[in-house]
Design a protein around this ligand. Structure first.
Ligand code: SF4
Ligand code: SF4
Length: 326
């Protein structure tokens, strides 16, 4: 049995909506088959008012064991570092977060706002929002760079706007079944199993990317990188491997990837107005090469894919792809 407490900060509840749509496993299966006991959740918890406050205090004092603290939304520190813009159970939420993070066996930050600060942290950031252990791509955030939960791990980050529901439910299973030690984290504390490959892996437009064939919003065929700024080649996420609703993904529906699992999202502060715009001169924009990726290796891979695409085109090896994707 793993006791889970789910709290929200500067959030739109998008990750809750996503989580409730989990399929492998579903939220019901988490409870019935995997021993997840949801102590409280803002949308599905039955307790209200002082009942929640009592629960929070019992957890803080160690009377109720907290195995997993799940948090969606930014940590709001405004105004002037007081945190009073986000009151919860009679106190600033950030005070609860500090104390509960000290007693939780594991802490899981869900969505961009909890992981990196997300949209609330876009300058001028009036709510003084930040992420649990990162502020954008800088390690630190609210809990500090050296924070580790009682279980010995830093905050486990599951980014996305929102996060894919099965990324959330599968990590909760890994913790509840004692297998989280097998889950490796990357430099941004993201589980490598979901965030190693780029969104482009599995995208049916990959051949068009290699051959530089332009695509357009909502129309099949062609790659969305060149004219509408798809960030699939520079965004680590399994959206084309673990499909949304087990059916599709943005790029399969011919909508550009917005890079929502990367710490720079929504990229406005990096380059104002960059959504749906292609940054074509990759070499002069170092952030365009995926973080943690060797620039030379990235360009070599892109060149190789382009060459392979040309060979396939000559030999007709990609004929089947074009026929099935029409
Ligand atoms: S649509 Fe996006 S993810 Fe798909 S091949 Fe083009 S750039 Fe890559
Ligand atoms: S395709 Fe890109 S923007 Fe869409 S959910 Fe996946 S990572 Fe986020």
């Amino acid at each position: 049995m793993a006791n889970v407490l789910w709290l929200q900060g500067g959030a739109c509840s998008g990750n809750t909506m996503s989580f409730l749509n989990a399929e492998e496993p579903t939220v019901v299966e988490l409870i019935t088959d995997f021993g997840v006991n949801i102590l409280w959740h803002p949308s599905i918890g039955l307790e209200i008012g002082q009942q929640v406050e009592h629960l929070m205090n019992d957890i803080k004092k160690g009377k109720v064991q907290l195995d997993i603290l799940v948090f969606e939304g930014s940590i709001i520190q405004g105004p002037n570092g007081s945190g009073t813009m986000n009151y919860f159970c009679d106190r600033p939420m950030m005070d609860w977060v500090k104390e509960l993070s000290a007693v939780a066996a594991f802490v899981v930050a869900i969505g961009d706002c909890a992981t990196w600060g997300g949209i609330p942290a876009v300058p001028p950031n009036p709510s003084e929002s930040t992420g649990f252990q990162f502020h954008k791509d800088k390690k630190g955030g609210f809990l500090g760079a050296n924070y580790k939960s009682k279980g010995g791990l830093p905050v486990i980050n599951i980014p996305g706007c929102p996060a894919h529901p099965d990324w959330i439910s599968q990590i909760l299973v890994a913790i509840a079944t004692g297998r989280i030690g097998d889950v490796l984290l990357d430099e941004f504390h993201r589980p490598k199993t979901f965030f190693t490959d780029f969104v482009q892996t599995g995208c049916p437009n990959a051949i068009s990317f290699a051959q530089k064939v332009d695509g357009h919003f909502g129309k099949r065929g062609g790659c969305l990188f060149y004219e509408v700024g798809c960030r699939g080649p520079m965004t680590r996420a399994s959206c084309n491997r673990i499909l949304w609703n087990r059916t599709s993904s943005k790029t399969r529906a011919n909508h550009p990837c917005l890079g929502c699992t990367e710490p720079g999202f929504p990229h406005h502060d990096l380059m104002p107005g960059s959504v749906f715009k292609t940054m074509k001169y990759l070499g002069f924009l170092p952030k365009d090469v995926p973080t943690g990726t060797n620039k030379m290796a990235y360009y070599m891979r892109a060149g190789f894919e382009k060459a392979m695409g040309a060979v396939e085109n000559m030999t007709g090896a990609n004929k089947e792809h074009f026929e099935t994707s029409k």
